[in-house]
Design a binder for this molecule. Structure first.
Ligand code: GLN
Length: 451
């Protein structure tokens, strides 16, 4: 196996034993990125910077006994997360020349840990979309089947890990943008609890929901990466994380809301794998409990009203203060901006925005009370698997992908998508949702499912 295809835990062992230097590993990753560049995973590849920081990491390893687990480990960063001195476009032409003068807090933390930032990953423009077809810098082709999308909006972040170009990536998730591409690419995608990871230096889109999240091959790797990036400016508490996950679910109560299975057209193969996943947990000694979240069905609409309203305000402010213009933005961003302006205009404000905010409060309450009856909730991540390019040219069809994801964001809860089985030859994702700051719990259930 190539070093760049290994999991983080394997790579930590490799670097610690001297089996590879970080420079060799980084070069292997850059080489793979160059050889498979037709995947379209990157907007910017940071060749020189990456080699320089890999060399620094090798130096530190030689001198210092007490080092971070991420020292010398290559990682990709979604292009809406600020990197000092490196172009940060958010997948938009509008931001083509935008070079932040500071790092996002999460990036600072990666750098302090000695991680090697290898490049800026492709994404749907301004993080709106579920297929990465809305990037101004070209589509991303799913590494498992080049005729299919990788999901979005963190499509490049997921696909670069799936393609064996890097072991880890940061994405961002407002309404599913880490979890859904993880599902489509067969990876682990973690959206932490709202406010556990600093949003300072994350391009502001929908500030009441968005979170930086992780893409990795295993749940243990997600745990390690989260332990490095969490906390710092603007955060409000962090999860208590163990060093390793035991993957034991005996006696755990796994909740399934009955509404989850009576919704949209779930692909037959996804429903089948979901049933198998539940059975697997039961076989491992978990207790399956039925719960109810009646407002589940309203989640997607409330999400669209609230996220569009927030985005319209955030983008307007950014465009004005940076003297930019909206002229170049694509169709999906225009749709969201139009919706955002509409729902906050005049009497619509009460009828739509305030109503959606009330729905959000109900959703939050219902998820929390469901989670009082069990330890975690489980659902499919997406109702489908990665589809062919153009298959969801109707935006409404694309938005329906997020039915299982958006309500969790409204509730601010942590959730992870883990790969489980396949349908139509593509991986299926299972979502595990936890109480606030119960990241270790959901990753542990994920680990059990992946065994
Ligand atoms: N697919 C969702 C949307 O388009 C999620 C976006 C996100 O999480 N950034 O709104």
């Amino acid at each position: 196996m190539y070093a760049n295809e290994m999991t983080l835990s394997e790579l930590i062992g490799l670097l610690q034993s001297g089996g590879s230097s970080s420079e060799e590993l980084t070069r292997a990753c850059l080489d793979r990125i160059a050889k498979t560049s037709e995947l379209g995973n990157y907007i910017t590849v940071m060749n020189e910077e990456a080699i320089a920081s890999a060399r620094r990491a090798d130096e530190i390893r030689r001198k210092d006994g007490n080092i971070s687990l991420l020292l010398g480990i290559p990682i990709a960063v979604k292009d809406n997360i600020y990197t000092r001195g490196v172009k940060t476009t958010c997948g938009s032409r509008m931001l083509d020349g935008f070079v932040p003068d500071c790092d996002a807090v999460a990036v600072q933390k990666l750098k302090q840990a000695g991680a090697v930032i290898i490049g800026k990953a492709n994404m749907d423009e301004l993080a709106f979309g579920s297929t990465n077809e809305y990037s101004a810098y070209g589509v991303v082709k799913n590494a498992l089947d080049l005729t299919r999308v990788p999901g979005g909006s963190s499509g490049g972040s997921a696909n670069t890990v799936a393609a064996g170009q890097v072991p880890l990536a940061l994405g961002s998730d407002t309404g599913g943008s880490v979890r859904q591409p993880a599902a489509y690419c067969g990876l682990v995608g973690l959206k932490p609890t709202y406010s556990a990871v600093s949003r300072k230096g994350l391009f502001e889109q929908s500030p009441s929901m968005e979170q930086i999240g992780t893409l990795s091959r295993t749940c243990d790797d997600a745990l390690t990466l989260l332990s490095v990036i969490m906390g710092g400016e603007g955060t409000n508490g962090t999860p208590d994380l163990p060093m390793v996950l035991n993957g034991i679910v005996r006696g755990k109560r796994i909740g399934i809301a009955k509404e989850f299975l009576h919704t949209v057209n779930i692909l037959h193969g996804v429903a089948r794998e979901f049933t198998c996943a539940v059975k697997r947990l039961e076989d491992l000694g978990a207790i399956i409990t039925e719960v109810s979240i009646p407002s589940f069905y309203a989640g997607l609409n409330a999400y669209h009203v609230l996220s569009s309203a927030e985005a319209a305000v955030s983008l307007e402010r950014f465009v004005k203060s940076n003297d930019l213009s909206f002229d170049t933005v694509g169709a999906e961003v225009k749709r969201r901006m139009t919706l955002g302006v509409y729902v906050t205009d005049g009497k619509n404000y009460d009828e739509l925005y305030i109503k959606a905010a009330k729905v959000r409060a109900v959703i939050k309450r219902e998820y929390e009370s469901a989670l009082e009856q069990c330890d975690v909730l489980i659902s499919p991540t997406a109702p489908n698997v990665a589809m062919q390019f153009g298959a969801q040219s109707d935006p409404k069809a694309m938005h329906r992908n997020d039915e299982f994801l958006a309500p969790v964001s409204l509730a601010g809860l942590p959730a992870v998508s883990v790969p489980f089985g396949a349908a139509n030859g593509m991986p299926v994702g299972i979502q595990i949702i936890g109480k606030r700051f119960a990241e270790a719990e959901i990753l542990n259930v994920g680990k059990a499912l992946m065994k």
